[in-house]
Structure formats: C-alpha cells, structure tokens
Design a protein around this ligand. Structure first.
Ligand SMILES: C[S@@+](CC[C@H](N)C(=O)[O-])C[C@H]1O[C@@H](n2cnc3c(N)ncnc32)[C@H](O)[C@@H]1O
Length: 229
C-alpha cells in the first residue's frame, strides 16, 4: 500500500511506537499503512459511525492486517482504554471538533507519547488550545494535494501553558523555523482567503467591524511574514 500527499505526511510524522489510536479512521488507510511498515506494532482504528467502521473492517481484511489492526466504535478517545494510550492520530476533521475531542479526554491525551493532529480548517483553534493547555508542538509540516495545502501538527503534553502571537496560531511557528518548502504558498493562500472574507464584510454593523479590523491586522502580519521569507 502506498500513501500520498496528506496521508503520507501524517504517516511520516508518526513516531515508531507500540500502539497507534487513529480517531475518526474512516477508511483505516493510516493504521493499515503504519502496521504494514512496522511503524507501530498494533493499531486501533476508531470511528463514531458504523458506516466508516464497516469500511475500515473491509480494508483491514483486504490488506490482511486483522491480527494487528482492530476497530472500535465510539466518539473521540472514549473507545480507547487508559493503558492503550501511546500515539494518537486525529486527522481529517475540523479544528473545532479536534479541540472538543482533545478537551473531552484531556487526561488521556496528556499521557500520549505523541499526538498527530491534522485539522482540515480552523487550525488556529487547535494551536491556541494546545498552547493554553500545556502541549508543545515539536514538529509541524505542510503537504500539497490537489492544489490544496494541509497542515500536520506533532505535539506532546509538556505542562507549560503559554500564549503566543495570533499569527502563530494561524501559521505554526515550526513552519517558520524549518522554512517549510510550502510556507510561502501557504501564507499567500491565507492572505487570499482573508481578502475574500474582508471584501465580503462591506457595509457591516459595528460589531462586525471589530472583526474586520482584526482580520486586517492579521492580514498585515501575514504579509510582513511573507516578505521576510
Ligand atoms: C473526513 S473523515 C477523515 C478520515 C481519515 N482520518 C483521514 O484523515 O483521511 C472524518 C471521520 O471522522 C469521523 N468522526 C466524526 N466525528 C467523530 C467523533 N466524534 N469521534 C470519532 N470519529 C468521528 C467521521 O465519521 C469520519 O469517518
């Protein structure tokens, strides 16, 4: 089995470990790939809906890894036992949902040796929550697939709560430190998205104008960051 783009980056950023819990597994391609490539010994492919669990089961059988990948049904990390927590992957969901799932199982995620998170949007919500709850982002990278750029965050609880400049919630600090090859394009995309939102905010009420001012400030900071690369 070969993975490409977003899924490949998630697999590449997963450290060698004993058990991977893949939350919101759907097709289970990530856990199947990880056990097949000896990145983990065992994997739990968990999803909240029976439909995806059935698809996962079918794929697990097709790739002949039923002895190493087991399926569970449940929301977030509810389906994972305390003594099974090792590396946790939550990918392909919105940032708000990822934050909710982390918050609901805070004790479990604090014990994880690594959390690999891949929000499809609202990454700033995830970054801010991680900072405020003492998680350290030790790596972050971008992958391009079908003209879209995806973020993958690797983090771990370190116990030091902090606050960062807003720009680093939108564009992870590690991407600047590493000079990720897709960073320029990613910054430009963010600026373009903000431009669209700002243009749609014409004739807005006073409350919304505060939001517009915040967007304009963020756009300026992103633009300055782009010019410094
Ligand atoms: C778009 S798929 C992502 C699949 C895969 N993780 C990936 O990155 O390609 C999102 C999956 O998350 C599952 N999901 C949504 N809410 C969930 C929750 N609260 N707990 C577990 N899984 C959830 C959905 O059923 C769906 O299968």
């Amino acid at each position: 089995m070969e993975l490409t783009g977003r899924l490949k980056l998630i697999a590449d950023m997963t450290p060698k470990c004993n058990i991977v819990s893949d939350i919101g597994t759907d097709h289970a391609y990530i856990p199947i790939f990880l056990v097949k490539n000896n990145i983990c010994t065992k994997a739990i492919a968990s999803d909240v809906r029976i439909g995806p669990v059935n698809v996962a089961t079918k794929n697990i059988e097709e790739y002949r890894v039923s002895d190493k990948v087991i399926t569970r049904i449940g929301s977030g990390l509810e389906s994972i036992l305390d003594n099974e927590i090792d590396v946790v992957i939550i990918a392909g969901m919105g940032g708000m949902l990822i934050k909710e799932l982390l918050e609901k199982s805070l004790d479990k995620v604090k014990k994880a040796n690594a959390l690999i998170l891949q929000p499809m949007y609202a990454i700033e919500v995830v970054h801010e929550w991680l900072c405020e709850n003492g998680f350290e982002v030790y790596d972050e990278a971008l992958a391009k697939e079908d003209h879209k750029i995806y973020n993958v965050i690797a983090c771990k609880w370190a116990g030091c709560n902090q606050k960062k400049d807003e720009i680093y919630y939108h564009i992870g600090e590690k991407l600047f430190e590493k000079r990720d090859p897709l960073l320029k394009k990613h910054l430009q995309n963010k600026i373009d998205q903000l431009d669209k939102i700002i243009n749609q905010m014409e004739n807005m009420k006073e409350k919304e104008s505060i939001k517009k001012a915040e967007y304009l400030k963020l756009k300026k900071n992103l633009y300055n960051a782009l010019n410094c690369l």
